[in-house]
Design a protein around this ligand. Structure first.
Ligand code: SER
Length: 318
């Protein structure tokens, strides 16, 4: 990787990944792709080049890739699961129409492509605990349908055209820089904001509902390490299970309470998010990622909790 285009650079993952890549590849061009209305600001804007790149516009992607001699594209444009249920047509247009555009540009202009998949690629027929790498997917959500289709299409472009496509199935991602929007796992981010602001948290997911989660620094490292990995060791490509922790609302609440003793939580379950959460695995088995490219998480629930609270408390106590 030297010249990288991040499509969706102002989103939850993109805003941090762009800065991290700029820190690592100082000689290259790390282009922050964005759509009008979601312009980069502050450090993200000042630290490097930015370009309007609408994933639904193949021509615009191709022009940016040519102009900056891009060798790697991070395709981070997507609607998260609950929003995708509200707007399934748009979710398909961005998730699959957009991916098709990216893959076509990558085929013609010789780029590697990273596209995240998700725990949302799985469904109710999937084994729930320690979900294997290769198993039934059958998602019930449009988000999941786009993720499975994206995995298949990315593999197709590798097999048929030799496009270097790589992907991981991200768990719910927890971060303090940019808020996610419209996901099912977002509660595990929102709970930290409530704790740091001294507010009661209203939880939309039922006690006892387990999902895989990951702290953003691990997710960023995974996204970079898989693109840097020696692909001759790959048995899989699109997409690898990766995991670091699994919890339900009670477990994360009680862990936060160790550091914020007065913290309170009540439940107001959102039926849409609850149904989505129940269709997803409790925990993934990430053995293949560990064996094929050395994946290893650094954060567990407790180290993440301490870091999230420290970062957010510093912000809200100013
Ligand atoms: N975080 C995503 C969501 O909740 C899952 O990958 O939609």
């Amino acid at each position: 990787m030297k010249n990288v285009l991040i499509i969706g650079s102002t989103g939850q993952i993109g805003s941090e990944l762009t800065m991290k890549l700029r820190g690592i590849y100082k000689e290259g061009n790390i282009i922050a792709g964005y759509i009008p209305g979601a312009e980069p600001k502050g450090e993200l804007l000042e630290s490097g080049p930015a370009a309007v790149v609408d994933i639904t516009n193949e021509q615009q992607i191709a022009e940016t890739v040519s102009k900056y001699k891009i060798d790697t594209i991070y395709n981070l444009a997507a609607l998260l699961s609950a929003v995708a249920e509200a707007k399934p047509q748009l979710a398909w247009k961005i998730g699959i129409g957009g991916l098709f555009n990216v893959l076509e540009v990558a085929r013609e202009l010789h780029c590697a492509v990273f596209t995240p998949s998700s725990i949302g690629a799985f469904g109710t027929d999937t084994p729930k605990d320690k979900t294997p790498q290769d198993t039934v997917r059958n998602p019930r959500t449009m988000y999941g349908v786009t993720k499975v289709t994206g995995e298949l299409l990315s593999n197709y472009y590798y097999i048929r055209f030799g496009v270097d496509t790589r992907s991981v199935r991200f768990p719910g991602l927890i971060s303090y820089v940019t808020l996610p929007g419209g996901g099912t796992t977002d509660y595990a981010v929102d709970i930290f904001y409530s704790a740091a602001k001294g507010q009661k948290f209203v939880c939309p997911i039922k006690a006892g509902t387990f999902m895989d989660m990951m702290y953003m620094p691990d997710a960023l490292r995974g996204a970079i390490e898989i693109m840097e990995a020696d692909a001759t060791k790959f048995v899989h490509r699109n997409s690898f299970n990766i995991a670091s922790m699994s919890f339900d609302p009670e477990i994360i609440y009680n862990n936060i309470k160790k550091y914020v003793p007065g913290f309170q939580m009540e439940y107001q379950v959102d039926p849409l998010r609850q149904a989505i959460a129940e269709s997803w695995p409790n925990s993934l088995d990430d053995t293949c990622a560990r064996q094929e490219w050395g994946w290893k998480p650094e954060y567990d629930l407790d180290t993440m909790t301490k870091d999230m609270l420290a970062k957010l408390e510093a912000r809200y106590k100013k």
